[in-house]
Structures are given as structure tokens and as C-alpha cells.
Write a protein that binds this ligand. Structure first.
Ligand code: FAE
Length: 550
């Protein structure tokens, strides 16, 4: 595959050179586009009690991580009368910075934006040939760009996990695809009970189609639809967890802007129903759930008196360890995300803390086939300088070409004439986490070359659209003359796969009272964006665990 732009033939007289010349001055505008939202911090965050566990305490159920799996577990256990303590390495995200906001926006990342980095590592690293990354103070920021040898894995950090940083796209996979996603799970009960329960719990709704048709902030999506349909691809609306009434008021200028101020991957100050506003708020309302934020679990091992000893490091906002504590728990739920859970279990098995874990630990990890690209539209096809950061639609070519492409925003605040896409593709490649005693770290055997399968799948959509529209790929978003964002994933899945490392409900083989309940259970590919499936699977598993194990 060529890394160079395809021919500019047929671009309606706008050559690539002229296109760049015509928009080059806009880079300055992007850089200068300052913050316009008023200093206001009506975040609506739930008051889940932050009460760090004292060393030596004992808890009935300890949940590692506060993302989707952890939040479902906490709510359902608490509703069943079980006291739950959640341990989260990230911050609580309930305190505004000097600008009056809890979170920074996409165009202006700052110390709040990245997890313990001194330089940003933005998913779109370049624009019109210029690198975008910049130095920032090292801080326990919200987005972790975790580097492994062949891939950078983006993850949310803080109370709410990935819900703090994601695009809110809440997609239930097509039922005919489900058997390939979770082969050991009864699809009938997932689609009749657990997907509906997850969608209700997450507050998933759909955009008002009449408003969408006329809203300036979705012009980019309408252009995406036009191009998809003109090439004969199914264009599908996708539900989201954003509060659409709030977004309408943002568009009307009646409330502080959030999705319409480019807020997404570094957090949303308003409008998005993160887990803090849904599952965790309900868990807090039971009075049985508390959380230790800025606490990182480092070990879990059987306690002499039964249950488990859990070692936890308390860190400050520069990542320095303030205290190391041990607590005990009757039962421990691994909900640290696909990477967090897999890394912990791989290390604990290899170093003798949990030697009876089986040989499936660390295996079956995939990137959900993620690959990004942009297309350069004609000047008569502007995508809008105001773009809602919340995606609403996708192009479904899964059956014919193995790709489902999210029509993604590029919320720069300027007209870019770009269409931008995150494709989820069918890919057979699976990597394994292994313990490296020489470095004292867990490695991941991902091979960058495997992304070619995903690129080929994405090309089944975009080569055709480009040919039809007479347009070209953008080559300026991921480096100089680089078309594909093939170095990353937003959707890590697997590493402690359901029915392999665990039984068919997430109980870890080898130990009674240890569970996996997050994206680590899903073997590498969900055919769509994954958090609804992670939530629904957690709902299914915790129902059984509460009934049989407590
Ligand atoms: P996750 O939400 O990652 O939660 C794990 C939590 O555990 C985190 O808060 C960690 O800080 C914490 N943790 C990790 N290790 C430790 C430890 N040792 N001790 C204590 N705490 C720990 O896990 N998915 C969609 O379906 N739709 C989207 O639109 C979408 N957009 C995305 C955009 C971005 C930029 C990113 C990064 C992801 C996106 N995702 C999206 C993926 C989605 O957020 C992700 O699949 C889920 O958050 C995974 O849920 P888990 O419960 O597995």
C-alpha cells in the first residue's frame, strides 16, 4: 500500500498543492482558536464518596477500576446488599481548574489531558504537515496513550474509566455478528435482556433526526452520509449517551458549550452521560459503594486467613507513590480494562502471586481492528467549522468488506474540508501479554504489520468513495505523507478471555472469588464500538455471580 496520496485526478480542478495552499493559513487559526466557553463548572458529577481505604482494612468486595465493567459490578453488588470498595488509579475529576473547567478541550490539551506524560501524544499528531504535540506538565491526566512495541493503546484514566474520554457511541452489534464476538454466550438472552438493560443503564438515546438534518454541527455527518450513499454503502445512525436536549441548547447558545466546543477525548464538561452520571451515581445512591481514587492496585494474592490480600499504591498527581498499603477482600473483581487487567494477571501469574491461573492469561488480545483515515473533500463540500464532538453515524460494510466506519468529527473550530473516520474492522490477529523479567514489565506481542488487514478492509469503503467523488485521502493527519492512523487503538479487547482464562461468567480459573468483568473478557473484536457489549456482558455475568457466589 502506498503511503503517498493517490492521484489528485478529478478533484474538480483543486490540486492537492492548491488545497494545501488554500488551507495552510488556517493552521494559524486552529492554533489561535482559544477557549470561548464561559468559566463555569456545572459538571453534574456524581458524589461517589472518595474515602481511601486505610491500610489493614477488610472489605467484602473489592473492584479494581471504575470503567464499565467495574461500575456494573459495583451497582449490582451494592443493590444486592454487598458493601463494595472500588480502587481507581486515576483522579475523581470533580474539581475545576483555574479556567473554571474540569476538562480541557480537544484543540487545547494541557496538563489535564494526558496520563503522566511530559509531552502530549495526540491521536491525530499532525495537521497540514505540522506536528501538533507539545510539552505539558507531568500530571495524572485523563487520557493514557500507553505504548507497547507495536501499538499505542488509548485509555481513560479516572473515576468513570473510558466513559470520561470516549465518543459516547453506544452501538449494539448486529445480532447475526454476535456469535463471532462471544461464541460461548447465549445470544438470545443477550438481546432480550442484557443489551436492553445495558442501554437503559447507560442512558443510551438517539439524536432527533429532524434536528440532525438541519443542525450546522452535523454537516460533517451529512456529508459523510451523502458520500456513503452515493457509493452504495449502508449508512446507519448510531445511538449515543450524550444528552441531546443539552446539545440543542448548546447549538442555540443557551448553555455552556461542551460537545460543540470540541470536548471529547480529554473529557466533557457538560452533556455526556459518563458513568459518573449513570451507573456510578446509582451505585453511590445505595450508600454501599466507596472509592479510593489515585490508588493503583499492584498485587492480589491469597490471604492466609481466606480471601485475598490486595496491595495498593497511593499516588499523587505527579505519579509519585505516597504510601503503599495492603488491605484484604473476600472477593476481588478485575475491572482495570483489557490492558490493565491483562497486565496485572500476567504479572501476578508469572511472579508467583497467583500461580494457579491458567495458561490462557494474557492471550486473545486484539485492537478491534481500529484504523483511522481522513479524506480531502472538494471545496464545494465543506464539512463545517462547527462540528459536534459526538459522532452519530457509521458506514456499515461489515458483511461485504469487513469494516464498520464511524463518521467521526474533526472538531478543530475551522473549516478543514476533511471527512474523518474511525474504522472497526474484521481482523484475525491476536496478540499476547507476557512478563519480561529483565525489564520488570509486561510486553505485548502486537505486530504493526498486522494493521494491513484493517487498512485493506477500510479501503473497501474509502477507495470506492474516493473514486466516486474524485477525492483523495488526507496525508497530513498522522505524520508527513501518511494516510493511515495504523499505530493505535481506542478499543483494546481481550487478554483474559471468557470461557478460556475464566469460566463462562468471568470467574477466573484456579481461584475461588476472583473475577474478570471488563473488556478483557472479549476476544479482540466486537464488530462495532465496544462499550455497550462490555456493559451488557458485565450485566449478564454479575447477575449470575450475585445469585450463586454471594
Ligand atoms: P475502562 O473503561 O478502561 O476502565 C478501567 C479503569 O481501571 C480505568 O479507569 C483505569 O484507570 C483503571 N485501572 C487500570 N489499572 C488499574 C490498577 N492497577 N489499579 C486501579 N485502577 C486501575 O475498562 N467505545 C465505544 O463503545 N464507543 C465510543 O464512542 C468510544 N470512543 C472511544 C474514544 C476514546 C478516545 C477511547 C480511548 C476509547 C473509546 N471507546 C469507545 C472505548 C471504550 O471507552 C472502552 O472500550 C471502555 O472504556 C472499556 O471499558 P472497561 O470496563 O473494559
Amino acid at each position: 500500500m502506498s503511503e503517498h496520496p493517490v492521484s489528485a485526478k478529478g478533484t474538480g480542478g483543486v490540486s492537492r498543492r492548491r488545497f494545501l495552499a488554500g488551507t495552510g493559513s488556517l493552521l494559524g487559526a486552529a492554533a489561535l482558536a482559544g477557549q470561548t466557553a464561559p468559566a463555569h463548572a456545572d459538571t453534574g458529577l456524581a458524589a461517589i464518596p472518595h474515602s481511601p481505604l486505610p491500610a489493614g482494612s477488610h472489605v467484602r468486595a473489592l473492584v479494581i477500576g471504575t470503567g464499565y465493567g467495574g461500575s456494573v459490578a459495583a451497582l449490582r453488588l451494592a443493590r444486592a446488599g454487598v458493601a463494595v470498595h472500588m480502587v481507581e488509579m486515576g483522579m475523581t475529576w470533580d474539581t475545576p481548574g483555574a479556567d473554571g473547567k474540569v476538562f480541557a478541550n480537544t484543540t487545547t490539551p494541557d496538563y489535564r489531558s494526558f496520563w503522566l506524560r511530559t509531552r502530549t501524544k495526540q491521536p491525530l499528531s499532525n495537521f497540514l504537515g505540522f506536528p501538533l504535540d507539545k510539552d505539558v506538565p507531568r500530571h495524572t491526566g485523563i487520557l493514557d496513550a500507553e505504548d507497547f512495541a507495536g501499538i499505542t493503546v488509548y485509555q481513560g484514566r479516572g473515576v468513570g474509566g473510558g466513559s470520561l474520554v470516549n465518543g459516547g457511541m453506544a452501538v449494539t452489534p448486529r445480532r447475526e455478528n454476535f456469535a463471532a464476538i462471544l461464541p460461548t454466550v447465549d445470544a438470545g438472552e443477550m438481546y432480550s435482556t442484557y443489551y436492553p438493560r445495558a442501554n437503559a443503564g447507560l442512558g443510551v438515546t438517539s439524536v432527533d433526526p429532524a434536528w440532525w438534518e438541519s443542525a450546522a454541527c452535523y454537516q460533517y455527518a451529512r456529508v459523510g452520509r451523502k458520500h456513503a450513499q452515493r457509493s452504495g454503502f449502508p449508512f446507519v445512525f448510531v445511538p449515543n449517551v450524550y444528552d441531546w436536549e443539552y446539545m440543542k441548547q448548546e447549538a442555540a447558545g443557551a448553555v455552556p458549550k461542551s460537545a460543540l466546543d470540541g470536548e471529547v477525548i480529554y473529557g466533557n464538561n457538560h452533556g455526556k452521560k459518563t458513568l459518573q452520571k449513570t451507573y456510578l451515581a446509582q451505585a453511590a445512591a445505595t450508600g454501599r459503594v466507596s472509592v479510593s481514587a489515585l490508588h493503583k492496585v499492584t498485587s492480589v494474592t491469597p490471604a492466609p486467613s481466606g480471601g485475598y490480600t490486595v496491595a495498593v499504591d497511593q499516588i499523587d498527581t505527579t505519579g509519585v507513590t505516597l504510601a503503599s498499603k495492603t488491605v484484604t477482600a473476600d472477593k476481588v473483581f478485575f475491572a482495570a480494562g483489557s490492558v490493565g487487567t491483562s497486565k496485572l494477571l500476567t504479572r501476578l501469574k508469572a511472579t508467583g502471586a497467583l500461580p494457579a491461573l491458567n495458561g490462557e492469561i494474557g492471550k486473545g488480545w486484539g485492537d478491534n481492528g481500529n484504523v483511522m483515515c481522513g479524506r480531502a473533500n472538494h471545496m464545494w463540500d465543506p464539512t463545517g467549522k462547527l462540528q459536534s464532538a459526538m459522532p452519530t453515524a457509521g458506514i456499515d460494510n461489515w458483511d461485504a468488506g469487513g469494516a464498520f466506519a464511524e463518521v467521526a468529527p474533526l472538531p478543530t473550530g475551522i473549516e478543514t474540508y476533511a471527512s474523518f473516520y474511525l474504522s472497526i474492522t474484521k481482523t484475525p490477529h491476536r496478540a499476547e501479554f507476557t512478563w519480561n523479567p529483565a525489564t520488570g514489565k509486561v510486553d505485548l506481542s502486537w505486530d504493526r504489520a498486522w494493521k494491513q488487514t484493517s487498512i485493506d478492509a477500510a479501503k473497501t469503503i474509502f477507495d470506492k468513495i474516493n473514486a466516486k467523488e474524485g477525492t483523495i485521502y488526507r496525508t497530513d493527519l498522522f505524520g508527513a505523507y501518511k494516510i493511515w492512523g495504523d499505530h493505535l487503538t481506542y478499543h483494546p479487547l481481550g487478554g483474559a478471555v471468557l470461557g478460556m482464562a475464566t469460566d463462562n461468567h468471568g470467574r477466573l480459573h484456579g481461584y475461588t472469588g476472583l473475577y474478570v468483568i471488563d473488556g478483557a473478557l472479549i476476544p479482540g473484536n466486537a464488530s462495532v464500538n465496544p462499550f455497550v457489549t462490555i456493559t451488557a456482558l458485565a450485566e449478564r455475568n454479575i447477575e449470575r455471580i450475585v445469585a450463586e457466589d454471594f
